[in-house]
Design a protein around this ligand. Sequence first.
Ligand SMILES: NC(=O)C1=CN([C@@H]2O[C@H](COP(=O)(O)OP(=O)(O)OC[C@H]3O[C@@H](n4cnc5c(N)ncnc54)[C@H](OP(=O)(O)O)[C@@H]3O)[C@@H](O)[C@H]2O)C=CC1
Ligand SMILES: Nc1nc2c(ncn2[C@@H]2O[C@H](COP(=O)(O)O)[C@@H](O)[C@H]2O)c(=O)[nH]1
Ligand SMILES: [K+]
Length: 475
Amino acid sequence: MRFLGNRPDHDLTYADVFMVPNHSTVGSRLEVDLTTPDRVGTTIPIVVANMTAISGRRMAETVARRGGLAVLPQDIPVEVLGEVITWIKARHPVYDTAITLGPTSTVAEALSLLTKRAHGIVVVVEDGVPVGVVTDGACQGVDRFTQLSQVMSPDPLTIPAGTDLPKIFDVLTDARLNAAPVVEGDRLVGVITRKGALRSALYQPAVGASGQLLTSAAIGINGDVRGKAEALLSYGVDVLVVDTAHGHQEKAVEAVRIVRSVADSTPVVAGNVVTASGTRDLIEAGADVIKVGVGPGAMCTTRMMTGVGRPQFSAVEECAAEARALGKHVWADGGVRHPRDVALALAAGAANVMVGSWFAGTYESAGDMNNDGARLYKESFGMASARAVKARTSSQSGFERARAGLFEEGISSSRMYLDPERPGVEDLIDGIVAGVRSSCTYAGARTVDELHERAVLGVQSAAGYEEGRPLPTSW
Ligand SMILES: NC(=O)C1=CN([C@@H]2O[C@H](COP(=O)(O)OP(=O)(O)OC[C@H]3O[C@@H](n4cnc5c(N)ncnc54)[C@H](OP(=O)(O)O)[C@@H]3O)[C@@H](O)[C@H]2O)C=CC1
Ligand SMILES: Nc1nc2c(ncn2[C@@H]2O[C@H](COP(=O)(O)O)[C@@H](O)[C@H]2O)c(=O)[nH]1
Ligand SMILES: [K+]
Protein backbone atom coordinates (compact mmCIF):
# COMPACT_ATOMS: atom_id res chain seq x y z
CA MET A 1 0.00 0.00 0.00
CA ARG A 2 1.05 3.59 -0.39
CA PHE A 3 -0.25 6.93 0.73
CA LEU A 4 -1.73 9.50 -1.60
CA GLY A 5 0.79 12.33 -1.18
CA ASN A 6 3.04 12.40 1.87
CA ARG A 7 2.92 9.77 4.57
CA PRO A 8 1.46 11.50 7.66
CA ASP A 9 3.77 11.88 10.65
CA HIS A 10 1.17 10.79 13.19
CA ASP A 11 -0.56 7.45 13.78
CA LEU A 12 -3.93 6.72 12.20
CA THR A 13 -6.97 4.62 12.87
CA TYR A 14 -9.58 3.24 10.46
CA ALA A 15 -11.78 6.36 10.53
CA ASP A 16 -8.75 8.53 9.62
CA VAL A 17 -8.16 6.88 6.25
CA PHE A 18 -9.87 6.30 2.92
CA MET A 19 -8.95 4.38 -0.21
CA VAL A 20 -9.01 5.89 -3.70
CA PRO A 21 -10.06 3.81 -6.74
CA ASN A 22 -7.29 2.50 -9.03
CA HIS A 23 -7.47 1.55 -12.68
CA SER A 24 -8.85 -2.00 -12.50
CA THR A 25 -9.08 -5.04 -14.75
CA VAL A 26 -11.25 -6.92 -12.25
CA GLY A 27 -14.62 -6.83 -13.98
CA SER A 28 -16.78 -8.42 -11.30
CA ARG A 29 -16.84 -8.60 -7.53
CA LEU A 30 -17.34 -12.34 -7.96
CA GLU A 31 -13.83 -12.62 -9.49
CA VAL A 32 -12.27 -11.75 -6.12
CA ASP A 33 -10.82 -14.62 -4.08
CA LEU A 34 -10.75 -13.71 -0.37
CA THR A 35 -8.81 -16.81 0.75
CA THR A 36 -6.46 -15.50 3.42
CA PRO A 37 -2.70 -15.53 2.84
CA ASP A 38 -1.94 -16.72 6.41
CA ARG A 39 -2.55 -20.35 5.38
CA VAL A 40 -4.71 -21.12 8.42
CA GLY A 41 -7.52 -22.40 6.17
CA THR A 42 -9.96 -19.48 6.15
CA THR A 43 -11.56 -18.59 2.81
CA ILE A 44 -12.85 -15.21 4.02
CA PRO A 45 -10.81 -12.83 6.20
CA ILE A 46 -13.01 -12.98 9.30
CA VAL A 47 -12.05 -14.41 12.70
CA VAL A 48 -14.40 -14.20 15.68
CA ALA A 49 -12.60 -12.85 18.77
CA ASN A 50 -12.10 -15.18 21.74
CA MET A 51 -14.69 -13.54 23.97
CA THR A 52 -16.91 -15.56 26.32
CA ALA A 53 -20.16 -13.76 25.47
CA ILE A 54 -19.56 -14.13 21.74
CA SER A 55 -17.55 -17.11 20.59
CA GLY A 56 -19.11 -20.51 21.38
CA ARG A 57 -20.03 -23.63 19.47
CA ARG A 58 -22.93 -22.18 17.43
CA MET A 59 -20.86 -19.17 16.41
CA ALA A 60 -17.94 -21.43 15.49
CA GLU A 61 -19.89 -23.83 13.25
CA THR A 62 -21.84 -21.04 11.54
CA VAL A 63 -18.82 -18.90 10.76
CA ALA A 64 -16.64 -21.84 9.62
CA ARG A 65 -19.39 -22.91 7.21
CA ARG A 66 -18.96 -19.54 5.49
CA GLY A 67 -15.17 -19.72 5.46
CA GLY A 68 -14.26 -17.88 8.67
CA LEU A 69 -12.98 -19.06 12.02
CA ALA A 70 -14.05 -18.53 15.64
CA VAL A 71 -11.48 -18.68 18.44
CA LEU A 72 -12.93 -20.35 21.55
CA PRO A 73 -12.08 -18.32 24.68
CA GLN A 74 -9.34 -19.24 27.12
CA ASP A 75 -11.65 -19.21 30.17
CA ILE A 76 -13.56 -22.37 29.19
CA PRO A 77 -12.30 -25.48 31.08
CA VAL A 78 -10.10 -27.57 28.81
CA GLU A 79 -12.34 -30.69 29.02
CA VAL A 80 -15.30 -28.59 27.90
CA LEU A 81 -13.20 -27.25 25.01
CA GLY A 82 -12.60 -30.89 24.06
CA GLU A 83 -16.34 -31.56 23.87
CA VAL A 84 -16.98 -28.37 21.92
CA ILE A 85 -14.20 -29.00 19.38
CA THR A 86 -15.41 -32.58 18.82
CA TRP A 87 -18.98 -31.32 18.41
CA ILE A 88 -18.01 -28.62 15.88
CA LYS A 89 -15.98 -31.13 13.86
CA ALA A 90 -19.02 -33.42 13.69
CA ARG A 91 -21.21 -30.67 12.12
CA HIS A 92 -22.18 -30.81 8.47
CA PRO A 93 -20.05 -28.42 6.37
CA VAL A 94 -23.05 -27.30 4.27
CA TYR A 95 -26.30 -27.89 6.21
CA ASP A 96 -27.14 -25.99 9.36
CA THR A 97 -27.66 -27.87 12.61
CA ALA A 98 -31.36 -28.50 13.22
CA ILE A 99 -33.18 -27.57 16.42
CA THR A 100 -35.06 -30.77 17.27
CA LEU A 101 -37.84 -31.51 19.74
CA GLY A 102 -40.40 -34.31 20.11
CA PRO A 103 -44.16 -34.12 19.37
CA THR A 104 -44.94 -33.88 23.11
CA SER A 105 -42.47 -31.02 23.72
CA THR A 106 -44.12 -27.69 24.43
CA VAL A 107 -44.44 -24.38 22.63
CA ALA A 108 -42.48 -22.78 25.50
CA GLU A 109 -39.51 -25.08 24.76
CA ALA A 110 -39.70 -24.31 21.04
CA LEU A 111 -39.79 -20.55 21.63
CA SER A 112 -36.79 -20.69 23.96
CA LEU A 113 -34.74 -22.51 21.29
CA LEU A 114 -35.86 -20.68 18.14
CA THR A 115 -33.71 -17.58 18.78
CA LYS A 116 -30.56 -19.71 19.13
CA ARG A 117 -30.34 -20.08 15.36
CA ALA A 118 -31.17 -17.93 12.37
CA HIS A 119 -32.98 -20.58 10.31
CA GLY A 120 -36.23 -20.09 12.24
CA ILE A 121 -37.65 -23.63 12.47
CA VAL A 122 -37.89 -26.41 15.04
CA VAL A 123 -37.95 -29.85 13.44
CA VAL A 124 -40.24 -32.23 15.29
CA VAL A 125 -38.66 -35.69 15.16
CA GLU A 126 -39.63 -39.23 16.07
CA ASP A 127 -36.78 -41.78 16.08
CA GLY A 128 -34.60 -39.39 14.03
CA VAL A 129 -37.29 -38.94 11.34
CA PRO A 130 -38.83 -35.47 10.79
CA VAL A 131 -42.60 -35.59 11.35
CA GLY A 132 -43.31 -31.86 11.52
CA VAL A 133 -41.96 -28.32 11.43
CA VAL A 134 -42.76 -25.52 13.90
CA THR A 135 -42.13 -21.84 13.18
CA ASP A 136 -42.27 -18.84 15.51
CA GLY A 137 -45.51 -17.74 13.82
CA ALA A 138 -47.23 -21.03 14.70
CA CYS A 139 -46.32 -20.51 18.38
CA GLN A 140 -47.86 -17.04 18.66
CA GLY A 141 -51.21 -16.67 20.37
CA VAL A 142 -51.28 -20.24 21.74
CA ASP A 143 -50.85 -21.41 25.31
CA ARG A 144 -47.15 -21.96 26.17
CA PHE A 145 -47.97 -25.51 27.41
CA THR A 146 -49.46 -26.60 24.07
CA GLN A 147 -47.72 -29.66 22.66
CA LEU A 148 -45.89 -29.27 19.37
CA SER A 149 -48.00 -31.99 17.71
CA GLN A 150 -50.86 -29.46 17.94
CA VAL A 151 -49.06 -26.53 16.24
CA MET A 152 -46.62 -28.20 13.83
CA SER A 153 -47.04 -28.42 10.07
CA PRO A 154 -47.14 -32.22 9.69
CA ASP A 155 -45.47 -34.25 6.90
CA PRO A 156 -43.04 -31.45 6.09
CA LEU A 157 -41.34 -30.92 2.75
CA THR A 158 -37.85 -32.43 3.08
CA ILE A 159 -34.78 -31.95 0.91
CA PRO A 160 -32.67 -35.02 0.08
CA ALA A 161 -29.00 -34.45 1.07
CA GLY A 162 -26.85 -33.65 -1.94
CA THR A 163 -29.59 -31.84 -3.92
CA ASP A 164 -28.16 -29.07 -6.16
CA LEU A 165 -28.10 -25.72 -4.35
CA PRO A 166 -30.01 -23.77 -7.09
CA LYS A 167 -32.61 -26.58 -7.10
CA ILE A 168 -33.04 -26.27 -3.31
CA PHE A 169 -33.50 -22.52 -3.72
CA ASP A 170 -36.19 -23.03 -6.37
CA VAL A 171 -38.02 -25.80 -4.47
CA LEU A 172 -38.21 -23.67 -1.31
CA THR A 173 -39.28 -20.60 -3.29
CA ASP A 174 -42.04 -22.55 -5.08
CA ALA A 175 -43.26 -23.97 -1.76
CA ARG A 176 -43.11 -20.47 -0.20
CA LEU A 177 -40.89 -21.81 2.54
CA ASN A 178 -37.87 -20.19 4.13
CA ALA A 179 -36.35 -23.40 5.52
CA ALA A 180 -36.73 -27.17 5.31
CA PRO A 181 -35.23 -30.26 6.97
CA VAL A 182 -32.53 -32.09 4.99
CA VAL A 183 -32.69 -35.90 5.06
CA GLU A 184 -30.54 -38.87 4.13
CA GLY A 185 -33.07 -41.62 3.44
CA ASP A 186 -35.73 -40.56 5.91
CA ARG A 187 -33.32 -39.46 8.67
CA LEU A 188 -32.72 -35.82 9.54
CA VAL A 189 -29.18 -34.55 8.84
CA GLY A 190 -29.70 -30.78 9.04
CA VAL A 191 -31.66 -27.78 7.87
CA ILE A 192 -31.28 -25.59 4.79
CA THR A 193 -32.77 -22.18 4.13
CA ARG A 194 -33.20 -20.36 0.86
CA LYS A 195 -30.47 -17.90 1.84
CA GLY A 196 -28.34 -20.80 3.05
CA ALA A 197 -28.51 -22.41 -0.41
CA LEU A 198 -27.48 -19.09 -1.95
CA ARG A 199 -24.66 -18.62 0.54
CA SER A 200 -23.33 -22.15 0.09
CA ALA A 201 -22.95 -21.37 -3.60
CA LEU A 202 -21.00 -18.17 -2.80
CA TYR A 203 -18.82 -19.23 0.14
CA GLN A 204 -16.35 -22.07 0.60
CA PRO A 205 -16.42 -23.62 4.10
CA ALA A 206 -13.22 -23.35 6.18
CA VAL A 207 -12.17 -26.94 6.76
CA GLY A 208 -9.08 -28.77 8.00
CA ALA A 209 -7.22 -31.58 6.25
CA SER A 210 -9.93 -34.08 7.21
CA GLY A 211 -12.68 -31.97 5.63
CA GLN A 212 -14.20 -31.10 9.02
CA LEU A 213 -15.05 -27.51 10.00
CA LEU A 214 -12.03 -25.52 11.19
CA THR A 215 -11.61 -24.94 14.94
CA SER A 216 -9.42 -22.73 17.10
CA ALA A 217 -8.97 -22.08 20.81
CA ALA A 218 -7.10 -19.56 22.94
CA ILE A 219 -4.50 -20.29 25.61
CA GLY A 220 -3.60 -17.75 28.33
CA ILE A 221 0.00 -17.30 29.47
CA ASN A 222 -0.56 -18.47 33.08
CA GLY A 223 -0.97 -22.01 34.41
CA ASP A 224 -0.10 -25.17 32.51
CA VAL A 225 0.47 -23.75 29.04
CA ARG A 226 2.07 -26.92 27.67
CA GLY A 227 -0.63 -29.19 29.13
CA LYS A 228 -3.42 -27.08 27.68
CA ALA A 229 -1.79 -26.89 24.25
CA GLU A 230 -1.25 -30.66 24.20
CA ALA A 231 -4.84 -31.32 25.26
CA LEU A 232 -6.21 -29.01 22.54
CA LEU A 233 -4.02 -30.68 19.93
CA SER A 234 -5.24 -34.10 21.07
CA TYR A 235 -8.81 -32.91 20.45
CA GLY A 236 -7.82 -31.98 16.89
CA VAL A 237 -7.83 -28.18 17.18
CA ASP A 238 -6.66 -26.59 13.92
CA VAL A 239 -5.29 -23.22 15.13
CA LEU A 240 -3.79 -22.33 18.54
CA VAL A 241 -3.96 -18.74 19.81
CA VAL A 242 -1.67 -17.59 22.65
CA ASP A 243 -3.49 -14.56 23.96
CA THR A 244 -2.73 -11.94 26.57
CA ALA A 245 -3.19 -8.19 26.93
CA HIS A 246 0.56 -7.45 26.86
CA GLY A 247 2.01 -9.89 24.37
CA HIS A 248 5.43 -8.24 24.40
CA GLN A 249 6.32 -9.47 27.90
CA GLU A 250 8.77 -12.27 28.62
CA LYS A 251 6.11 -14.59 30.04
CA ALA A 252 4.11 -14.33 26.81
CA VAL A 253 7.20 -14.92 24.67
CA GLU A 254 8.02 -18.00 26.78
CA ALA A 255 4.41 -19.26 26.43
CA VAL A 256 4.76 -18.99 22.64
CA ARG A 257 8.03 -20.97 22.75
CA ILE A 258 6.31 -23.70 24.76
CA VAL A 259 3.27 -23.88 22.46
CA ARG A 260 5.52 -23.90 19.36
CA SER A 261 7.52 -26.79 20.80
CA VAL A 262 4.43 -29.03 20.93
CA ALA A 263 2.35 -27.64 18.03
CA ASP A 264 4.23 -29.33 15.16
CA SER A 265 2.61 -28.02 11.94
CA THR A 266 -0.48 -26.53 13.65
CA PRO A 267 -0.45 -22.74 13.15
CA VAL A 268 0.33 -20.72 16.29
CA VAL A 269 -1.14 -17.22 16.59
CA ALA A 270 0.17 -14.93 19.36
CA GLY A 271 -0.45 -11.46 20.75
CA ASN A 272 -1.34 -8.79 21.40
CA VAL A 273 1.28 -6.32 20.26
CA VAL A 274 1.32 -3.03 18.32
CA THR A 275 5.01 -2.58 17.43
CA ALA A 276 7.48 -4.08 14.96
CA SER A 277 9.74 -5.19 17.83
CA GLY A 278 6.87 -6.99 19.59
CA THR A 279 5.98 -8.68 16.31
CA ARG A 280 9.57 -9.78 15.73
CA ASP A 281 10.02 -11.19 19.24
CA LEU A 282 6.85 -13.31 19.01
CA ILE A 283 7.80 -14.56 15.55
CA GLU A 284 11.29 -15.46 16.78
CA ALA A 285 9.62 -17.39 19.62
CA GLY A 286 7.77 -19.44 17.00
CA ALA A 287 4.49 -17.68 16.17
CA ASP A 288 3.17 -17.97 12.60
CA VAL A 289 0.65 -15.15 12.97
CA ILE A 290 0.74 -12.09 15.23
CA LYS A 291 -2.40 -10.63 16.76
CA VAL A 292 -2.28 -6.83 16.60
CA GLY A 293 -4.28 -4.37 18.68
CA VAL A 294 -4.03 -2.78 22.10
CA GLY A 295 -7.02 -0.72 23.09
CA PRO A 296 -9.26 -0.50 19.98
CA GLY A 297 -11.81 -3.07 21.22
CA ALA A 298 -15.36 -1.91 21.93
CA MET A 299 -15.28 -3.50 25.43
CA CYS A 300 -11.76 -2.25 26.12
CA THR A 301 -10.88 0.47 28.64
CA THR A 302 -7.09 -0.03 28.44
CA ARG A 303 -6.33 3.27 26.71
CA MET A 304 -8.42 5.25 29.18
CA MET A 305 -6.96 3.40 32.17
CA THR A 306 -3.32 3.38 31.08
CA GLY A 307 -2.75 5.70 28.13
CA VAL A 308 -1.24 2.65 26.40
CA GLY A 309 -2.16 1.40 22.94
CA ARG A 310 -1.88 2.67 19.39
CA PRO A 311 -4.34 3.78 16.70
CA GLN A 312 -5.21 0.54 14.99
CA PHE A 313 -4.55 1.27 11.30
CA SER A 314 -0.94 2.30 11.98
CA ALA A 315 -0.42 -0.56 14.44
CA VAL A 316 -1.55 -3.05 11.79
CA GLU A 317 0.51 -1.41 9.05
CA GLU A 318 3.78 -1.46 11.05
CA CYS A 319 3.32 -4.97 12.44
CA ALA A 320 2.19 -6.40 9.10
CA ALA A 321 5.23 -4.95 7.33
CA GLU A 322 7.54 -6.55 9.91
CA ALA A 323 5.73 -9.88 9.83
CA ARG A 324 5.63 -10.01 6.02
CA ALA A 325 9.37 -9.21 5.89
CA LEU A 326 9.88 -12.31 8.07
CA GLY A 327 7.54 -14.44 5.90
CA LYS A 328 4.70 -14.32 8.45
CA HIS A 329 1.36 -12.55 8.87
CA VAL A 330 -0.82 -10.56 11.28
CA TRP A 331 -4.46 -10.58 12.33
CA ALA A 332 -5.94 -7.13 12.99
CA ASP A 333 -7.75 -7.47 16.33
CA GLY A 334 -10.40 -5.05 17.55
CA GLY A 335 -12.21 -1.85 16.66
CA VAL A 336 -14.08 -3.17 13.61
CA ARG A 337 -17.52 -1.57 13.33
CA HIS A 338 -18.16 -1.39 9.57
CA PRO A 339 -17.21 -3.50 6.53
CA ARG A 340 -14.84 -0.65 5.51
CA ASP A 341 -12.71 -1.30 8.61
CA VAL A 342 -12.09 -4.88 7.45
CA ALA A 343 -11.09 -3.66 3.97
CA LEU A 344 -8.75 -1.04 5.44
CA ALA A 345 -7.12 -3.55 7.81
CA LEU A 346 -6.41 -5.81 4.79
CA ALA A 347 -5.09 -2.83 2.85
CA ALA A 348 -2.75 -2.13 5.78
CA GLY A 349 -1.40 -5.68 5.39
CA ALA A 350 -3.46 -7.85 7.75
CA ALA A 351 -4.15 -11.39 6.54
CA ASN A 352 -7.29 -11.79 8.65
CA VAL A 353 -9.45 -9.49 10.77
CA MET A 354 -10.88 -10.29 14.19
CA VAL A 355 -14.38 -9.14 15.09
CA GLY A 356 -15.81 -9.33 18.60
CA SER A 357 -18.49 -6.96 19.84
CA TRP A 358 -20.13 -6.39 16.46
CA PHE A 359 -21.00 -10.12 16.41
CA ALA A 360 -22.28 -10.09 20.02
CA GLY A 361 -25.68 -8.86 18.82
CA THR A 362 -26.56 -11.94 16.75
CA TYR A 363 -28.56 -15.15 17.20
CA GLU A 364 -25.35 -17.19 17.20
CA SER A 365 -23.36 -15.37 19.91
CA ALA A 366 -22.95 -17.31 23.14
CA GLY A 367 -25.12 -15.06 25.34
CA ASP A 368 -28.80 -15.48 26.17
CA MET A 369 -31.38 -13.47 24.27
CA ASN A 370 -33.02 -10.55 26.12
CA ASN A 371 -35.87 -8.26 25.17
CA ASP A 372 -36.14 -4.68 26.44
CA GLY A 373 -39.79 -4.48 25.38
CA ALA A 374 -39.03 -3.11 21.94
CA ARG A 375 -35.81 -4.74 20.75
CA LEU A 376 -33.87 -7.97 21.15
CA TYR A 377 -30.41 -7.70 22.67
CA LYS A 378 -27.61 -9.75 24.16
CA GLU A 379 -25.30 -8.88 27.01
CA SER A 380 -21.61 -8.75 26.32
CA PHE A 381 -18.50 -8.04 28.40
CA GLY A 382 -14.76 -7.58 27.98
CA MET A 383 -12.28 -10.35 28.72
CA ALA A 384 -10.33 -8.09 31.09
CA SER A 385 -13.47 -6.82 32.86
CA ALA A 386 -14.03 -7.52 36.57
CA ARG A 387 -16.69 -10.03 35.49
CA ALA A 388 -14.30 -11.99 33.28
CA VAL A 389 -11.43 -11.77 35.77
CA LYS A 390 -13.71 -13.17 38.49
CA ALA A 391 -14.57 -16.16 36.33
CA ARG A 392 -10.96 -16.70 35.22
CA THR A 393 -9.57 -16.68 38.77
CA SER A 394 -12.29 -18.87 40.32
CA SER A 395 -9.73 -21.41 41.59
CA GLN A 396 -7.83 -18.75 43.60
CA SER A 397 -8.46 -17.52 47.15
CA GLY A 398 -11.06 -14.83 47.81
CA PHE A 399 -8.27 -12.35 48.56
CA GLU A 400 -6.43 -13.06 45.31
CA ARG A 401 -9.64 -12.82 43.29
CA ALA A 402 -10.58 -9.51 44.87
CA ARG A 403 -7.07 -8.16 44.23
CA ALA A 404 -7.13 -9.32 40.57
CA GLY A 405 -10.56 -7.68 40.20
CA LEU A 406 -9.02 -4.28 40.98
CA PHE A 407 -7.04 -4.42 37.73
CA GLU A 408 -10.03 -4.42 35.40
CA GLU A 409 -9.52 -3.04 31.89
CA GLY A 410 -12.85 -3.83 30.28
CA ILE A 411 -16.59 -3.23 30.43
CA SER A 412 -18.47 -5.80 32.58
CA SER A 413 -21.88 -5.32 31.03
CA SER A 414 -22.98 -3.94 27.68
CA ARG A 415 -26.12 -4.31 25.58
CA MET A 416 -25.58 -5.39 22.01
CA TYR A 417 -28.84 -5.00 20.08
CA LEU A 418 -29.74 -7.30 17.20
CA ASP A 419 -30.24 -5.43 13.94
CA PRO A 420 -33.77 -6.50 12.89
CA GLU A 421 -32.60 -6.45 9.26
CA ARG A 422 -29.45 -8.47 10.03
CA PRO A 423 -30.05 -10.56 13.15
CA GLY A 424 -27.76 -13.48 12.25
CA VAL A 425 -23.97 -13.48 12.07
CA GLU A 426 -24.20 -14.67 8.45
CA ASP A 427 -26.14 -11.50 7.61
CA LEU A 428 -23.25 -9.44 9.00
CA ILE A 429 -20.71 -11.62 7.17
CA ASP A 430 -22.64 -11.09 3.90
CA GLY A 431 -22.27 -7.33 4.39
CA ILE A 432 -18.57 -7.53 5.23
CA VAL A 433 -17.74 -9.85 2.35
CA ALA A 434 -19.75 -7.78 -0.12
CA GLY A 435 -17.95 -4.64 1.06
CA VAL A 436 -14.49 -6.19 0.91
CA ARG A 437 -15.05 -7.79 -2.53
CA SER A 438 -16.11 -4.38 -3.77
CA SER A 439 -13.06 -2.67 -2.19
CA CYS A 440 -10.86 -5.16 -4.04
CA THR A 441 -12.38 -4.37 -7.43
CA TYR A 442 -12.02 -0.63 -6.75
CA ALA A 443 -8.35 -1.24 -5.95
CA GLY A 444 -7.91 -3.56 -8.94
CA ALA A 445 -7.13 -6.53 -6.69
CA ARG A 446 -8.15 -10.17 -7.15
CA THR A 447 -6.76 -11.39 -3.82
CA VAL A 448 -6.11 -10.21 -0.26
CA ASP A 449 -2.39 -9.86 -1.03
CA GLU A 450 -3.12 -7.81 -4.14
CA LEU A 451 -5.35 -5.49 -2.13
CA HIS A 452 -2.42 -4.82 0.21
CA GLU A 453 -0.02 -4.33 -2.72
CA ARG A 454 -2.27 -2.02 -4.73
CA ALA A 455 -4.14 0.00 -2.10
CA VAL A 456 -3.68 3.77 -2.25
CA LEU A 457 -4.77 5.49 0.93
CA GLY A 458 -5.43 9.05 1.92
CA VAL A 459 -5.92 10.73 5.28
CA GLN A 460 -9.22 12.46 5.93
CA SER A 461 -10.63 14.95 8.42
CA ALA A 462 -13.57 14.15 10.70
CA ALA A 463 -15.72 16.02 8.15
CA GLY A 464 -14.39 13.74 5.39
CA TYR A 465 -15.42 10.68 7.38
CA GLU A 466 -18.80 12.20 8.17
CA GLU A 467 -19.44 12.91 4.48
CA GLY A 468 -19.22 9.19 3.78
CA ARG A 469 -21.99 8.27 6.20
CA PRO A 470 -25.44 7.66 4.73
CA LEU A 471 -28.23 10.08 5.62
CA PRO A 472 -31.50 8.19 5.95
CA THR A 473 -33.61 11.32 6.57
CA SER A 474 -33.56 14.77 5.03
CA TRP A 475 -31.47 17.55 6.58
N1 LIG B 1 -6.24 -6.22 22.95
C1 LIG B 1 -6.34 -5.51 24.03
O1 LIG B 1 -6.25 -4.29 24.01
C2 LIG B 1 -6.52 -6.19 25.33
C3 LIG B 1 -7.04 -7.44 25.38
N2 LIG B 1 -7.32 -8.03 26.58
C4 LIG B 1 -7.89 -9.37 26.58
O2 LIG B 1 -8.33 -9.76 27.85
C5 LIG B 1 -8.06 -11.13 28.09
C6 LIG B 1 -7.31 -11.29 29.38
O3 LIG B 1 -5.98 -10.94 29.20
P1 LIG B 1 -4.97 -10.58 30.38
O4 LIG B 1 -5.45 -9.42 31.15
O5 LIG B 1 -3.66 -10.50 29.74
O6 LIG B 1 -5.06 -11.78 31.42
P2 LIG B 1 -4.26 -13.13 31.63
O7 LIG B 1 -4.89 -13.74 32.78
O8 LIG B 1 -4.17 -13.87 30.37
O9 LIG B 1 -2.74 -12.83 32.01
C7 LIG B 1 -2.14 -11.65 32.20
C8 LIG B 1 -0.76 -11.95 32.82
O10 LIG B 1 0.15 -10.98 32.43
C9 LIG B 1 0.59 -10.22 33.58
N3 LIG B 1 0.64 -8.81 33.20
C10 LIG B 1 1.72 -8.01 33.26
N4 LIG B 1 1.45 -6.79 32.83
C11 LIG B 1 0.14 -6.80 32.49
C12 LIG B 1 -0.75 -5.82 31.99
N5 LIG B 1 -0.36 -4.57 31.78
N6 LIG B 1 -2.03 -6.15 31.74
C13 LIG B 1 -2.47 -7.42 31.97
N7 LIG B 1 -1.67 -8.39 32.46
C14 LIG B 1 -0.38 -8.08 32.71
C15 LIG B 1 -0.45 -10.52 34.64
O11 LIG B 1 0.10 -10.43 35.93
P3 LIG B 1 -0.59 -9.51 37.06
O12 LIG B 1 -2.08 -9.76 36.97
O13 LIG B 1 0.00 -10.01 38.32
O14 LIG B 1 -0.22 -8.12 36.72
C16 LIG B 1 -0.82 -11.95 34.30
O15 LIG B 1 0.12 -12.84 34.78
C17 LIG B 1 -7.34 -11.65 26.86
O16 LIG B 1 -8.29 -12.27 26.04
C18 LIG B 1 -6.81 -10.39 26.22
O17 LIG B 1 -6.70 -10.47 24.81
C19 LIG B 1 -7.04 -7.41 27.75
C20 LIG B 1 -6.55 -6.13 27.75
C21 LIG B 1 -6.18 -5.44 26.54
N1 LIG C 1 -8.57 -3.97 26.85
C1 LIG C 1 -9.50 -4.93 26.65
N2 LIG C 1 -9.58 -5.49 25.44
C2 LIG C 1 -10.48 -6.45 25.28
C3 LIG C 1 -11.34 -6.85 26.31
N3 LIG C 1 -12.12 -7.84 25.83
C4 LIG C 1 -11.75 -8.04 24.57
N4 LIG C 1 -10.78 -7.20 24.23
C5 LIG C 1 -10.10 -7.07 22.94
O1 LIG C 1 -11.04 -6.59 21.98
C6 LIG C 1 -11.00 -7.44 20.83
C7 LIG C 1 -12.32 -7.41 20.09
O2 LIG C 1 -12.59 -6.09 19.69
P1 LIG C 1 -14.07 -5.62 19.23
O3 LIG C 1 -13.96 -4.14 19.01
O4 LIG C 1 -14.37 -6.35 17.97
O5 LIG C 1 -15.00 -5.98 20.33
C8 LIG C 1 -10.63 -8.79 21.43
O6 LIG C 1 -10.14 -9.69 20.50
C9 LIG C 1 -9.58 -8.38 22.46
O7 LIG C 1 -8.33 -8.18 21.89
C10 LIG C 1 -11.23 -6.21 27.56
O8 LIG C 1 -11.95 -6.50 28.53
N5 LIG C 1 -10.29 -5.25 27.68
K1 LIG D 1 -11.79 1.06 23.17
